[in-house]
Design a protein around this ligand. Structure first.
Ligand SMILES: *Cc1c(COP(=O)(O)O)cnc(C)c1O
Length: 391
């Protein structure tokens, strides 16, 4: 049997061979002309992918949490009021993070599996005390997707800076950063961007850059300070060498390739593909007798699905059996319901074939775990969905 499985977790995902080839190419100097060109192209491509023609892109070595920290460290000054909209574990992470940078944080926490009521968000914003709000577009612990377009509008109306954690959404879920008035949209390389882990990515609006420029106190993090990185990003985009901290040369080369593939697919087509494949996966999951953590259909993410175990099925029986059948899925993450569900990532270079393979392996796993279902019923439902909505 081949020693290879299909990785269907919410990051790292399966990567395109061309991306991995770029990663494995001989490392050049960070001031070599080819590298300067690749970095400059990648920065330009980010504006197209974020749909933020006026935005300022940043690429810094680190994980998605560093992207969160870049946003928080640069936009928060001690004593600033921040509103954190939390739909799970990653929303909660912002509470601690922003507090470390001196913010006075208020958290609005949705019941598990639900979104926040926008009128409640508006009531809070109306108080006029907040400088920034954070929202997790897709919280990877619940697979709940927040309506960030509406939240961007509210933030703009009440003159609050909006930070969107798009680690599990950028390049998968629909985002129009400029049109939707979003001030920072951040992500990491290993999710729908399609590059191995190691790069923190974000695009900041001109409004966010102006708020940063008018700070009265220095940024409390040395490595995360935009004042250090902005000249670097500007230099590479102008195709000039520059140095603050050594860029992750191979990862940036891989990023250049992956972003070009994303731009070539086209954002509208890419959003539609994610929506179609998520729909096909969920149709299959329902046919296999599963329900979802995200309670409302219109708030279920297109980048991953959080499936509740059918009655009587134990995580310890199901997940190893799915793996045995050749597909790797992820366990539960939210501490309060961790043992009640598992997660399947379907973002980036995912295809209908991957969806069918995942559903087939899940069916085999369910049978192994004692759950009765008609052979092929999940795959059939996904194919029916596909035929009806055809990509
Ligand atoms: C994965 C993820 C993060 C954290 O990213 P790391 O690369 O693990 O630091 C933050 N937010 C969301 C929504 C995520 O999915």
């Amino acid at each position: 049997m081949k020693d290879r499985s299909l990785l269907m977790i919410p990051g790292p995902i399966e990567f395109e061979p061309e991306v991995l080839q770029a990663l494995g190419a001989p490392t050049t100097s960070h001031v070599a002309p080819n590298f300067i060109e690749a970095f400059g192209r990648a920065l330009e491509a980010m504006r197209k992918i974020w749909l933020a023609p006026e935005g300022q892109p940043f690429v810094v070595a680190g994980s998605g949490t560093l992207a969160m920290e870049l946003a928080g460290a640069n936009l928060v000054e001690p004593g600033d009021r921040a509103l954190v909209l939390s739909t799970g574990v990653f929303g909660d992470r912002f509470e601690d993070l922003l507090s470390r940078h001196g913010a006075d944080v208020t958290v609005l926490r949705a019941p598990i599996g639900q979104t926040l009521d926008l009128s409640q968000v508006e009531d809070d914003l109306r108080s006029g005390v907040y400088k920034i709000l954070t929202v997790t577009h897709v919280d990877t612990s619940t697979a709940v997707r927040m309506p960030i377009r509406e939240i961007g509008e509210l933030a703009r109306r009440y003159n609050v800076l909006s930070i969107v954690d798009g680690v599990c959404s950028v390049a998968g879920e629909e985002i129009w950063q400029d049109e939707w008035n979003l001030d920072v949209v951040l992500t990491a390389s290993q999710k729908a961007i399609g590059v191995p882990p190691g790069l923190a990515l974000l695009v900041a609006s001109q409004r966010a850059m102006a708020a940063f420029a008018s700070r009265e106190t220095p940024v409390r993090s040395y490595y995360a300070d935009w004042a250090k990185w902005l000249p670097i990003m500007q230099a590479y985009e102008a195709r000039k060498p520059s140095y603050f901290g050594t860029p992750a040369v191979n990862l940036v080369a891989a990023l250049d390739v992956s972003l070009r593939q994303i731009v070539d697919e086209g954002m509208t087509a890419r959003f539609a593909r994610h929506e179609q494949l998520a729909g096909a996966f969920r149709a299959g999951a329902v046919a296999l007798g599963m329900n979802f953590v995200a309670t409302e259909p219109q708030h279920r993410a297109n980048t991953l699905t959080a499936c509740r175990y059918p009655n009587g099925v134990a995580a310890g029986d199901l997940l190893p059996a799915i793996k045995q059948a050749g597909v790797i899925v992820a366990g539960g993450l939210h501490p309060e319901i961790k043992s009640e569900y598992f997660r399947v990532g379907h973002m980036g270079a995912v295809s209908m074939g991957d969806i069918l393979a995942a559903l087939g392996a899940i069916e085999i796993g369910l049978r192994h775990a004692g759950h009765v279902c008609e052979p092929g019923i999940g795959v059939a439902a996904a194919l029916q969905w596909h035929a009806a909505h055809g990509i």
